[in-house]
Write a protein that binds this ligand. Sequence first.
Ligand SMILES: Cc1cc2nc3c(=O)[nH]c(=O)nc-3n(C[C@H](O)[C@H](O)[C@H](O)COP(=O)(O)OP(=O)(O)OC[C@H]3O[C@@H](n4cnc5c(N)ncnc54)[C@H](O)[C@@H]3O)c2cc1C
Length: 368
Amino acid sequence: MSRHFLIIGGGIVGASLAYELSQSGQRVTVLEQHAVAAGASSKSFAWLNANYPDTPEYFALRLAALAHYRALAKAHDLSAFLRFGGSIWWEDEGEAFDAHAALLARHNYRSEVIDAAAFARLAPAIKNPPAKSLYAPEEAGVFLAGLTRWLIAQASANGAVVQTGIAVDAIERRGDRVTGVRTALETLSADHVIVAAGVLTGDMLAGLGFQLPMSNNAGLLLRSAPLPPLLDHVMMTPDVHFRQDPDGSLMMGEIFSGAFEAGCDIDALRSSVLDRVKARLTSPAPLAIAQTMIGTRPMPSDGMPAIGPVPGVKGVSVAVMHSAATLGPMIGHILAQELLSGEQAPLLDAFRPNRFSAQTPSAGEPAP
Ligand SMILES: Cc1cc2nc3c(=O)[nH]c(=O)nc-3n(C[C@H](O)[C@H](O)[C@H](O)COP(=O)(O)OP(=O)(O)OC[C@H]3O[C@@H](n4cnc5c(N)ncnc54)[C@H](O)[C@@H]3O)c2cc1C
């Protein structure tokens, strides 16, 4: 029997879940306060990788997510969004480089240290290739906004109702059960509500009395005007990262692990990022900036995804994480299976929202 699932948020996470649930014949409504992919999903570098094996559970999750992308790309023509060319990484040098290479080797991650000559054969458009870099052939880049819109279009074709320009003002509950949501226009009932509201997820859940601490952080990205085909690989250099989307445009960002400083001079930073790319890339056409984006990464405070039932209330789940460019489609798949079967997937055990429950003040107690 089909149930009504109401998803708050039309980013890659909400879109993936809508796609999966609608594929199973469920009644699905997506409410998006702006436009589909208006949030982080249109301002993401969107490097698909498992290159930072922080914990065994997180590494396993990211590996499974890459495999999920491959399966999705096999089943559908995603060539307008997806480029499985691998990455070349030399963000760190010296001992830090060796340590990272050894870490990936210990995890049997498909990657190899290559010299400058091998680099030049793989990526001839890059000037002065480094003496040592790490080539990870199974990684990819994705035009994430395009993929998000494609997933939403598939969901709509399956019968999902997608409303944009409508914000959810509150999640409605009766006793210990969520019954639907309230917007400025109406109250909508649902059998199950899923909060996939990106950086605003913590605020939505606070209304239910559950504190999901978030440490969202921003990053600057530039998109160039389309160029002829130059790059198959995601380039992760010590001072800039860039890759080429299938439409020919380059996505360029600051140092990948660097934090964007609020109040910084954006014009100066934009010029500096562009200069860093120009110093590394030979382009037959001038490199012009078509779009400047400041995106904010939705990030639970411990850096790990929060996926599954919201503690203390029935009928509501959450799905929020950084790296949802990599993880989103697979999380949509697993979460849909959990919601339909009622069985919890062991792959998500380490990422349940209830790990934050101890920090949730009881009713009436002020938050610290
Ligand atoms: C600069 C940057 C670089 C990144 N690089 C990478 C990378 O290389 N690899 C990687 O895997 N990930 C990367 N990410 C992370 C990835 O892009 C995000 O994790 C992902 O886009 C989050 O998707 P989402 O659907 O959770 O959130 P979003 O895309 O933000 O979608 C949430 C949606 O919810 C809507 N919403 C919020 N509140 C309400 C409400 N009350 N009612 C209705 N709608 C609401 C918002 O409008 C928004 O559209 C990067 C992110 C940034 C910002």
